[in-house]
Design a protein around this ligand. Structure first.
Ligand code: TRP
Ligand code: ZN
Length: 512
């Protein structure tokens, strides 16, 4: 991005009289009578990507989004989605054109009221030509109207949109927005959201945050649902669930609104889904004691339909759970995992997708902490069990949690070896430092982005220890690491383990 800008400065200068002259600054300055030229940036195209090492074309340069207003109309019978998304953004350079990431058919684009030309480029880029020059720092209102059938909008045979018997789910990672709203689709550009969807009366729509107004009747026997997120949200953490849902509202211990939603299709899985998701506010309260204050404005969870997704996703304020998690009865662990992501992933987001261990390693370790606190097995027991579960010659040990590769960001190694790495860190620094590090980390990068290297540095700062070997061994070296001997372990851990009762007590004191 910076390189493009420098090239643009080199290519164009403006005289003090305002005459635009093209040429390199060197040539221009050599011309008689042109020595007082002030070089300024010419409008240049925004970069088609944000330089993510795994996904170079995800996100776009040249502007930064503050808010998405996503106004949709959806019909479950046809899976047809029409919409208008209004993007409030600010230019970060003089722009001649810029890209959005999007796949549906675009009807029109306006920038600050002016109709703009647009073209599809690459696999998922919508290139918009600025109708008037855009200068650095300028506020942009980008209005895109569009339509499509998202389940039939395939990229290499794939869609991140899940059509179900009664509606749809826009829930996916890392690509999700492409099928329902044009975006600067990378965690580096967080924004707030207003999401409203008109559906036939009798259909429910659930999304992030709070309902600023109740679902309102519209002509044609339709109803429009509105949801609002007022804290910065990465684009992959915005979601839509459309179908037959029971909504259950409550108030959390910290006073926040809770909305849980249960698909009516779950049948015999429904009790286990409810018994798990109904513990959300309790789990958020517990997690706040370990990770620091809950970073968002609402809480909840959504149990997706039987014919929906085969995973869970930590969609902001309201994770979505596939039906598979309820097949063996209630499952607070998946709730703990997705809620831990509200701190690790959602508030503190990856700077690049390569940093995915910051999300999955820590969210998986949160499950081990919950187990320990509940008396269902200590983190050490879970470590020993997990370490033994993968034989030394397993391919599992060949994937590096700290740099798994673009096609392996959700490999078991990122989760399980990732959690083992966190446990080794805890043993190395001791419980005192470890349980100081977690809230310090979430506070330092709240609503921001961070890297594995920054986590490593924070752990060293708080513990006063050199942790290069530990991070290199557990996150960046292929092969099953040898375990420290009991003696080495004792020498490494200078502090007495803090008890869970004490952690809870400290939290209660903070809350008063
Ligand atoms: N981040 C999700 C979690 O750990 C899981 C996940 C893995 C996922 N692969 C995915 C979500 C693909 C959506 C799509 O909870
Ligand atoms: Zn996860």
């Amino acid at each position: 991005m910076r390189r493009v800008l420098t090239a643009a400065i080199a290519a164009l200068t403006v005289t003090t009289a305002g005459t635009v002259v093209t040429g390199t600054p060197g040539q221009a300055a050599d011309r008689p009578g042109r020595s007082r030229q002030i070089p300024v940036a010419a409008p240049a195209p925004g970069s088609p990507g944000l330089g993510d090492s795994y996904f170079p074309t995800y996100g776009n340069g040249g502007y930064d989004v503050d808010h998405y207003d996503v106004r949709l109309r959806y019909d479950p019978a046809s899976d047809r989605l029409t919409g208008t998304t209004t993007i409030l953004a600010r230019a970060t350079q003089d722009l001649s054109r810029f890209n959005l990431d999007f796949l549906l058919d675009v009807e029109s684009v306006r920038v600050n009221g002016w109709a703009a030309r647009f073209a599809r480029e690459g696999s998922h880029e919508l290139a918009v030509t600025a109708p008037r020059g855009i200068t650095r720092g300028q506020a942009l209102t980008i209005v895109v109207t569009y339509a499509g059938v998202p389940s039939e909008t395939l990229l290499d045979g794939y869609t991140g949109w899940t059509r179900t018997a009664d509606g749809a789910l826009a829930v996916n990672e890392p690509e999700s927005a492409w099928w329902w709203f044009p975006a600067n689709d990378h965690p580096l550009d967080k924004a707030t959201f207003d999401i409203s969807v008109s559906v036939p009366a009798g259909v429910e729509v659930v999304s992030n945050g709070v309902q600023p107004r109740p679902a309102l009747a519209e002509p044609g026997n339709r109803v429009r649902w509105s949801w609002r997120t007022t804290t910065p949200t990465a684009t992959y953490l915005a979601f839509l669930a459309i179908g037959q849902y029971d909504l259950v509202a409550d108030t959390a211990p910290n006073g926040q609104p809770v909305v849980n939603a249960y698909s009516t299709t779950l049948g015999e899985l429904a009790p286990a889904a409810r018994a798990s998701i109904e513990r959300t506010a309790e789990i958020v309260d517990w997690a706040s004691g370990v990770f620091g204050p809950y970073p968002f404005e609402a809480q909840g969870g959504l149990a997706g339909p039987v014919d929906g997704i085969g995973f869970a996703l930590e969609t902001q304020t309201r994770p979505v759970y596939g039906p598979g998690f309820w097949r063996r009865g209630s499952n607070p662990y998946v709730v703990v995992h997705e809620q831990a992501h509200q701190w690790f992933g959602n508030s503190v987001s990856v700077a690049q997708w390569r940093d995915i261990w910051l999300n999955e390693g820590l969210a998986t370790y949160a499950e081990w902490l919950w187990s320990e606190e509940q008396g269902e097995g200590t983190a050490q027991e879970l470590f020993d069990f997990t370490y033994a579960a993968y034989p030394e010659n397993s391919g599992f040990w060949q994937v590096l949690p700290g740099d798994p590769g673009a096609d392996r960001i959700f490999h078991d190694a990122v989760y399980d070896r990732g959690a083992m790495a966190v446990h080794q860190l805890r043993l190395a620094v001791g419980d005192e430092a470890f349980f100081a590090l977690l809230p310090a980390w979430t506070a330092a990068h709240r609503h921001g982005n961070a890297t594995v290297a920054q986590f490593h540095a924070s752990a060293e700062r708080i513990s006063g220890l050199d942790l290069d070997d530990l991070f290199t061994t557990w996150l960046f070296t292929a092969g099953r690491p040898a375990l420290p001997t009991a003696a080495a372990r004792a020498a490494l851990a200078p502090h007495q383990p803090k008890s869970w009762a004490k952690i809870r007590e400290a939290h209660q004191v903070r809350q008063r």
